[in-house]
Structures are given as structure tokens and as C-alpha cells.
Design a protein around this ligand. Structure first.
Ligand SMILES: NC(=O)c1ccc[n+]([C@@H]2O[C@H](COP(=O)([O-])OP(=O)(O)OC[C@H]3O[C@@H](n4cnc5c(N)ncnc54)[C@H](OP(=O)(O)O)[C@@H]3O)[C@@H](O)[C@H]2O)c1
Length: 257
């Protein structure tokens, strides 16, 4: 019940009833607070939680996987569907850790799940799951946003593109706000103008299907204000800074264990 688990829970509750869900967490304080807030039952521990669920989401940090797997190993079977959010464990590695027949789904969501606006990359071996289980997985991943099935070798790229990138977008919004506050706009007004612009620009990419470069060109009048800003962004290495950030994120993906 950390940042990602809580965001997914809030999104899930838009589709599922509290009685469909059970969760566990590390501290009593959070267990009581989240259960009181959402009406979802809190198990007393990971084993009790896994024992009462068919679909089990591992929403702890990769470093905690060994501990949590040890907690649940005796109550899970090949009938369970284990959904891992770790960027650092492949399906094969997780199967080895359980050391018994288990079925694993690898998923990389993002925190806009809280509002039902996640973008999630999902990988699983379709041959291991029944039609009904695939229907449940479809409804599950749609309940807190949009999802796409991807090849497992793309999961690190998904971590960069959507798992981690909300942080970069927030930094962009914050930096833009700092800049316009400098020019006199009140901070809250700045956040609204900029965040709505990010939403609108994202929708333009998705809905017009135009190349982002073409959409950019349509904002840039010759000799105008926007192209002056674009030139300054290029001068200060905006595109290169983004590529370096994604490289750093990608390189870290397999290394947290
Ligand atoms: N945050 C994101 O934006 C994001 C996006 C995509 C994927 N993910 C993935 O989601 C997973 C969780 O990340 P997160 O950011 O949500 O981490 P987080 O905020 O640290 O949440 C992890 C939670 O696990 C709890 N925990 C620790 N040990 C536990 C144990 N033995 N049994 C039960 N619960 C335990 C922690 O409790 P305490 O805090 O009390 O220790 C914490 O609430 C990671 O694999 C991460 O890569 C995260």
C-alpha cells in the first residue's frame, strides 16, 4: 500500500467493489487509515492477503521481493495469478524465486492510476492463462487507465516512457511555473495554465495522430514568440537532457534487487 499500490487501489475502486479487494501493508497505522478511507478489508499480513485472493499484486519495492515472496510462498499455487510491478525482475527470474509452478504477469503502471488515468505496459505468456483469466486481466488493467500488451524485452522502455516519466513531466510543469511566476503570474494560476496545456498537447498527439514535430511547427510562426523559445530550449540542450534522463532510467531498470 505504497505510492503505486494506493494509486491503483483508488483507480480500481471506480470499477470494483471494496469487497472484491483485500490488501496488506507494512504498518498498522496505514492499514487502519486506508481501510477506514476505502472500506477495503486489510489483511493482517502478506500470507493472509495472498491466501484470500486469486489475483495477487506485488506492489513493494524490488528490494522487498525476497521477503514478500517468502511470506506468501506457502499459500500461492498455480491457480493464482501473480502481478509483479517490479522493473527489475523478469517473469523467468520470479518463477525461479517461487521455485514451484506459478503464473506471473509483469506490469508497469504509473501513478495517474489514482485518477483512472494510468498508462500501463503489460506482459504475460498468453498460453498460460484461460480466456476468463485474460478477461479479468483486461478489466483489471482498464479499471485504472489504459494498458497495452508489450513484449517483455520492451518493459524497460515502458518504465522510462510511462512508469517514471510522470516525474519528468511534473519537473517540466514546475520549471515552467517558476518561469512564468518570475514574469508575474500567480503560482496556482500558472499550474492550471501549464497542466491544462500538457493535457491538451498530449491529446493532440493522440487524437490528430500528427507527428509531434508537425504539431510543434504549427505553433511556431516565422519570426514569432514560440520559435524564439524553441531555439533557446535547443541552445540549452533540452532534447539531449531528456535523452540522457531516459538513458539513466533505462540503465537502472535491471539493477534494483
Ligand atoms: N511509484 C511509482 O510511480 C511507480 C510506477 C510504476 C511502478 N512502480 C513499482 O511499484 C512498486 C512499488 O513502488 P512504490 O513507488 O509504490 O513504492 P513505495 O511507495 O515504497 O511502496 C511500497 C510499499 O510497500 C510497503 N512494504 C515494505 N515492506 C513490506 C512488506 N514486507 N510487506 C508489505 N508491505 C511492505 C512499504 O511500506 P512502508 O512505507 O511502511 O515501508 C510501502 O508502503 C515497485 O516495484 C515500483 O518499481 C512504481
Amino acid at each position: 500500500m505504497g505510492n503505486m499500490g494506493y494509486a491503483m487501489l483508488k483507480g480500481l475502486l471506480k470499477t470494483y467493489a471494496p469487497s472484491d479487494i483485500i490488501f496488506s501493508c507494512a504498518t498498522d497505522k496505514k492499514r487502519v487509515a486506508v481501510s477506514d478511507e476505502t472500506g477495503v478489508t486489510a489483511a493482517l499480513g502478506n500470507a493472509e492477503c495472498a491466501n484470500n485472493a486469486k489475483y495477487i499484486i506485488l506492489a513493494v519495492k524490488p528490494q522487498m521481493y525476497d521477503t514478500v515472496i517468502k511470506n506468501i510462498i506457502n499459500v500461492v499455487s498455480a491457480n493464482n495469478v501473480i502481478i509483479s510491478l517490479s522493473p527489475s525482475h523478469s517473469v523467468e527470474e520470479l518463477k525461479e524465486k517461487f521455485d514451484k509452478p506459478v503464473r506471473i504477469v509483469r506490469a508497469m503502471p504509473n501513478t495517474p492510476a489514482l485518477l483512472g488515468e494510468a498508462m500501463t505496459g503489460v506482459y504475460y505468456d498468453a498460453l498460460e492463462f484461460s480466456f476468463d483469466e485474460k478477461e479479468v486481466l483486461d478489466s483489471f488493467f482498464n479499471s485504472f487507465g489504459t494498458y497495452k500488451i508489450v513484449d517483455e524485452k520492451l518493459m524497460n522502455a515502458v518504465t522510462c516512457a510511462s512508469g517514471s516519466s510522470p516525474a519528468y513531466v511534473y519537473m517540466f510543469i514546475e520549471a515552467m511555473a517558476d518561469a512564468v511566476v518570475k514574469h508575474g503570474m500567480p503560482r496556482q494560476t500558472a499550474y492550471e495554465f501549464i497542466a491544462r496545456t500538457v493535457i491538451g498537447a498530449g491529446k493532440m498527439v493522440l487524437e490528430t495522430k500528427e507527428h509531434p514535430g508537425q504539431l510543434k511547427d504549427k505553433v511556431c510562426s516565422p519570426g514569432g514568440t514560440t520559435i524564439a523559445g524553441v531555439a533557446a530550449l535547443e541552445e540549452y540542450g533540452f532534447r539531449n537532457a531528456v535523452i540522457k534522463a531516459v538513458d539513466a532510467c533505462f540503465d537502472k531498470c535491471d539493477g534494483i534487487k
